[in-house]
Design a binder for this molecule. Structure first.
Ligand code: CA
Length: 231
């Protein structure tokens, strides 16, 4: 099953560990390296889908790590810095960083930014045109949805929402991200749209019980499609 990998290169052990937990809870496979050298080793060994890179690292600093990563791969890098200066931001983006966050930042915003990076840089693992987990099967190009082999008719909005969640299955997708992706609503204010569409989807797919429903509500943050076979 598609699970995106995130590598955190950060020398502060508290931040490194807590980011690892946050990422794993959101469905990512997270790895943490506490210096640039180790970070580069893990990068070449694991080829993560996204790198979170702290600028202030001992010995080899974050800028050098970024340069080395860029010489190897186009995988998205999100630079983390405590400095918050516009000049640092410009330097980061000129050096090939894909995004930039100033500490302290909220975990919700971090997850939203990672989700956006993954959408802008789809990895080959995220680009299948069909999906099948033994219960739900979909042909993305033909808009066909089946549950236990039975064809299910969805409204266009329900279908777009399901595609969004299934393409990123096992990850929590935030409500603002869903509003943007499915309704093209960047304001993120009409959260009821998502709620009612998920309710409709559950009904049509026959997943009305709360227990074991693959379309999970993630504690006020967003929704996740958890494939029934891996539950
Ligand atoms: Ca640091």
């Amino acid at each position: 099953m598609t699970q995106f990998r995130v590598l955190v290169i950060e020398d502060d052990p508290d931040i490194g560990r807590s980011l690892g937990l946050v990422l794993e809870r959101a469905g990512y496979v997270a790895a943490w390296a506490s210096d640039g050298e180790t970070g580069l080793e893990r990068f070449t060994a694991e080829l993560p889908d996204v790198v979170l890179l702290d600028v202030g690292l001992p010995e080899m600093d974050g800028w050098e790590v970024l340069e080395r990563i860029r010489s190897m791969s186009p995988n998205p890098v999100l630079v983390l810095t405590a400095r918050g200066l516009e000049s640092e931001k410009a330097r980061g983006l000129l050096s090939g960083a894909d995004d930039y966050m100033t500490k302290p930042f909220s975990h919700a915003e971090l997850l939203a930014r990672i989700g956006a990076l993954l959408r802008r840089h789809p990895s080959p693992r995220g680009e299948q045109d069909a999906y099948d987990d033994g219960v739900l099967s979909m042909q993305f190009d033909r808009s066909s949805v089946r549950v236990h082999g039975r064809e299910v008719n969805l409204t266009p909005t329900e279908l777009r929402l399901l595609v969004e969640l299934v393409r990123r299955c096992d990850q929590v997708v935030s409500v603002p991200e869903l509003l943007k992706a499915v309704w093209d609503d960047p304001s993120g204010s009409r959260t009821d749209r998502v709620k009612f569409t998920v309710m409709g989807l559950r009904r049509r797919l026959g997943w009305t019980g709360v227990e074991g429903c693959p379309l999970e509500n993630a504690r006020g943050f967003g929704y996740r499609y958890r494939p029934p076979t891996s539950a």
